[in-house]
Ligand binder design. Structure first.
Ligand code: NDP
Length: 360
């Protein structure tokens, strides 16, 4: 029995030793000595996931820099009113992210306007690179690069985005009460959006570019008996029309006989897929077949120590800002535990502070 227990203890010790070695490099606080510009925590992305992760690490006294990237505030800044952010009845997505940013700064988070364009996770400290080619070392990295809804790329789409063109039925359905809308796409998301919208709208047309839907039959069953929903196959949008900052219609093309016509509509719901912004990490982390970062059970841990992910880059299911914020909190706490287990604390972190990265 004694031998069995001894073997188990050795196994645990060896597992934890090997878990702390990546590509032959040991993860050890001593490796941070005599190195310049080492961030305890670097956060890539400044949507709700990134900012809330940063709030947790900064409030635990770990110097934290958020690299905000090309879309400060993330997808929420491009939506209109939000009614499902906890604690606020109704407000603009942009305002939520402004407040979230100020909250992060108040918590001690440093926000850099730079974008991270390359990473090297084969070494520790981890290496991340700005657009200008600056190399930054980080003991821990939180990935919150989000996802982008795929857009049609037709005229009028950008002009009327948030003014009738939307990618979030769950967020925007109540704004289309008794209105006429179209849903673009024939996958599970499009059907889900259509069934979500049905109780609100007066009339809904699904526009499917091919001869059939991609959605699984059980999803399609949700809408087959609907009196409000009509499906047009072999139909694509070639232009979104509008006036006075409101969508008024769509120009459609029948892809079989090439006929074109105009349909009046108050809203255009796009549901043609999402693209997680994960390509930078694919060399180092396990991704799902559709590109989302895989996480370890109910944590936000990726397969590599000291690297967590949060929000839409690791969430193929929920894709909601409030959920991204919650993920961010978890990702931050996971990193705090990682750094504390490493032996980095408020005291020794302070000694390194003069060498830390200081954004302009
Ligand atoms: P999908 O990739 O499954 O479907 C995208 C749809 O958009 C297809 O009908 C596609 O047409 C169409 N499309 C793509 N590009 C264009 C374009 N430029 N113009 C017009 N139509 C276009 O994406 P989803 O977001 O629907 O689903 C993603 C994943 O999430 C799937 O695995 C799905 O099963 C899952 N999911 C599951 C849900 C659930 O179980 N409750 C709910 C929502 C999603 P085409 O078929 O011709 O390529």
């Amino acid at each position: 029995m004694k031998n069995f227990i001894y073997t188990q203890i050795m196994l645990v010790a060896l597992t934890s030793f090997f878990n702390n070695i990546e590509s032959g490099q040991e993860i050890n606080l001593a490796l941070l000595e005599n190195k310049k510009n080492i961030l305890p925590v670097a956060v890539i992305g400044s949507g709700p996931a990134g900012l809330n992760a940063a709030i947790y690490t900064a409030r635990s006294a770990f110097y934290t820099v958020v690299f905000q990237g090309k879309s400060p505030g993330g997808q929420l800044t491009t939506t209109s009113y939000v009614e499902n952010w906890p604690g606020i009845k109704k407000t603009l997505g942009f305002d939520i992210m402004e407040e979230n940013r100020e909250q992060a700064i108040n918590s001690g988070v440093i926000i850099s306007t730079e974008s991270i364009v390359k990473v090297d996770f084969s070494v520790w400290p981890r290496k991340i690179y700005t657009e200008d080619g600056e190399e930054i070392l980080a003991a821990a990295v939180i990935l919150a690069t989000g996802a982008n809804s795929i857009l049609l790329g037709v005229p009028g789409e950008r002009e009327f985005f948030g003014l009738g063109v939307t990618v979030c039925a769950l967020c925007d359905a109540p704004f289309f009460r008794d209105k006429k809308v179209v849903v673009v796409g024939g996958g599970d998301s499009a059907v889900e959006d259509a069934s979500l919208l049905e109780p609100y709208v007066s009339e809904l047309t699904m526009l499917v570019r091919g001869p059939k839907m991609r959605a699984v039959p059980s999803m399609q069953n949700r809408i087959t008996n609907s009196k409000k929903i009509n499906v047009l196959y072999n139909t694509k949008i070639t232009e979104i029309l509008g006036a006075n900052k409101t969508v008024t219609g769509v120009k459609l093309e029948n892809t079989k006989d090439k006929t074109e016509y105009i349909m009046t509509t108050d809203g255009v719901f796009l549901a043609i897929g999402h693209m997680p912004n994960s390509s930078m990490f694919k060399e180092y982390l396990e991704l799902t077949p559709d590109g989302y970062i895989k996480l370890n059970k109910r944590t936000q841990e990726t397969g590599l120590p000291g690297i967590t992910a949060a929000g839409d880059v690791s969430d193929h299911m929920y894709k909601q800002a409030g959920i991204a914020a919650g993920d961010g909190g978890k990702a931050g706490i996971d990193i705090v535990h990682f750094l504390q287990n490493l032996g980095l604390n408020q005291e020794n972190a302070k000694k390194l502070e003069p060498n830390y990265y200081k954004p302009e």
